[in-house]
Design a binder for this molecule. Structure first.
Ligand code: BES
Ligand code: MN
Ligand code: ZN
Length: 521
């Protein structure tokens, strides 16, 4: 049941709620509403904070006894740290801390919105507060004998604001709901999400959401010559699928294609992973989940961009029918690929989906995938890698991620590394020669299937999962990418200007010339 988040102008010390959450800055500086609470309690809040070593650090909380002197049954102080360093994402985290404190309450009131950082847009702040409380309440409980869900039902956001602030709160609830769907799907054990199950779940989710869903079964995959999906999926008893999604609003401004890796379990195939490497491989469809979740809220958010989704789904298993090392796949764009490691399967199924996306001639393509361990070596497990074929488009994705509060960092796509993908027998090999630069060679492989459409690639092998609870992130699947993609489609601009990316684009510019043949064509 979705949490109800409403704006109200009630005074903090009078509002009726199970819990009132008020912010305190670094060095115990009172935030909005604390003064009134302190007065109603007869003073002494300062002393109480000092006695309990509460300093107002980010993430810190402190329950305060109220002796029935306030409208709220209980009060909790929430640390926000240094106001000069506070960001909208900090507010999102604080809102999650409030939700965690309120897990046993049904109604919580908070003045957090009025603590929004100076210079921040109040609507962005409102959206972040709503996202924080909903995501902070998230738990994956389907398989618990005695599930203990958060009891939070209602959040009263105290402060001024009209219809637009209310709309921003609604937007935050919708976006967080989509993130929660992606987390649920990604946390789900592989046994319960075969490619066919996943496709069914997508159909069900999209009902009444203004998105057309087409599912290509095995037969259709053969007709469409989607050999990467067929090859990767052939070792599993549960055949692959490709889900095509289309959101086509009237008077759309431009078309964007989203592509998400959907490997429902990655054992590595015959190039089998060690046990420890498989522990998290039920989450190897996090990219697919992010694409689907994003598309599920486009209508509700009134997005004016036409958005196409391409979601390849397969299970990577070893068996007598599995794809062999050395097998060659022929793609619909004519490229042949020698499979030298069946564990580099994500790029093989993404290649099919990218071909289809490019054929639809969108203004731009972005893909999202739990693609390489190498990206985690480069950036750690909290930052996604970002690469692409068009500087302006890559920048647009980066800006969207920044606005959404999701961490991405660009990696270069140097043309000189392309030869690491040369094969003896085919056009390409599916793993780079040598040990290094695996995130980059994977992206260079993908680029071969993007035609002449501006393309960006987000490698979420790291941030798709969290090893512990942290702010609005809970241990397990994070639903990363959904917030970035919602921002991206909401403010989509057709990429303009030359292709070329990273060092390649920069180098070309420095030479004052636009290099032909930057793109594979
Ligand atoms: N799904 C994995 C990547 C991955 C690793 C995601 C760890 C999340 C956490 C991908 O299919 C894979 O196995 N990649 C290989 C590529 C290699 C064989 C070239 C890798 O990164 O080791
Ligand atoms: Mn793999
Ligand atoms: Zn994989």
């Amino acid at each position: 049941m979705p949490i109800d988040v409403t704006l109200t102008t009630a005074a903090p010390h009078e509002v009726v709620a199970d819990l009132l959450a008020v912010p305190v800055f670094k060095d115990r500086v009172f935030g909005p509403g604390v003064e009134g609470v302190d007065a109603a309690l007869g003073g002494g809040l300062d002393e109480f904070m000092a006695e309990t070593a509460f300093e107002g650090k980010p993430g810190q909380t402190l329950a305060v006894p109220t002796q029935g002197r306030l409208g709220a049954k209980a009060v909790v102080l929430v640390g926000l740290g240094d106001p000069a360093e506070l960001t909208v994402d900090g507010l999102r985290r604080a809102a999650a801390a409030v939700a965690k404190q309120a897990a046993k309450a049904s109604t919580v009131a908070t003045t957090l919105l009025d603590a929004a950082p100076e210079g921040a847009d109040r609507h962005d702040a409102a959206q972040a507060v709503a996202e924080g409380v909903v995501l902070g309440s998230y738990r994956f409980l389907r398989y618990k004998r005695e599930p203990q869900p958060s009891r939070l039902e209602r959040v009263l956001v105290l402060g001024r604001g009209g219809a637009r602030v209310r709309a921003a709160l609604d937007r935050g609830v919708a976006v967080a709901g989509a993130v929660a769907w992606a987390r649920d799907m990604t946390n789900e054990p592989s046994a319960a999400k075969s490619p066919a199950d996943f496709a069914e779940a997508v159909k069900k989710l999209m009902r009444g959401r203004g998105v057309k869903v087409t599912v290509l079964d095995e037969q259709a995959l053969r007709t469409e010559r989607l050999e990467g999906l067929l090859g990767v999926g052939q070792g599993s008893e549960r055949p692959p699928r490709l889900v095509r999604l289309a959101y086509e609003p009237d008077g759309a401004r431009g078309t964007l294609a989203l592509v998400g890796k959907g490997v429902v379990f990655d054992s590595g195939g015959l190039s089998i992973k060690p046990t420890s490497g498989m522990e998290w491989m039920k989450t190897d469809m996090a990219g697919a989940a992010a694409v689907v979740a994003t598309m599920s809220v486009l209508q509700e958010l009134g997005v004016r961009t036409r958005v196409l989704g391409f979601v390849p789904l397969a299970e990577n298993m070893p068996s007598g029918s599995a794809m062999r090392v050395g097998d060659v796949l022929t793609y619909r764009n004519g490229r042949t690929v020698e499979v030298l490691n069946t564990d580099a399967e994500g790029r093989l199924i993404l290649a099919d989906a990218l071909c289809l996306a490019a054929e639809a001639e969108p203004d731009a393509i972005v893909d999202i995938a739990t693609l390489t361990g190498a990206c985690m070596v480069a950036l750690g497990d909290k930052i996604a890698g970002l690469m692409g074929s068009h500087d302006g488009w890559v920048q647009q994705v980066r800006d969207a991620a920044d606005r959404a509060g999701e961490s991405v960092w660009p990696l270069p796509l140097p043309k000189e590394y392309r030869k690491l993908l040369d094969s003896e027998v085919a056009d390409l090999r599916n793993i780079g020669t040598g040990t290094y630069g695996g995130a980059i060679t994977a992206a260079l492989f993908l680029e071969e299937f993007t035609g002449s459409v501006p393309w960006a690639h987000v490698d979420i092998a790291g941030p798709s999962r969290a090893s512990s609870d942290d702010g609005y992130v809970s241990k397990g699947a994070t639903g990363v990418g959904v917030r970035t993609f919602v921002e991206l489609v909401s403010r989509f601009r057709r990429p303009t200007g030359p292709q070329g990316s990273g060092e390649r684009g920069a180098a070309a510019k420095a030479r004052g010339s636009r290099r032909a043949g930057t793109r594979a064509s």
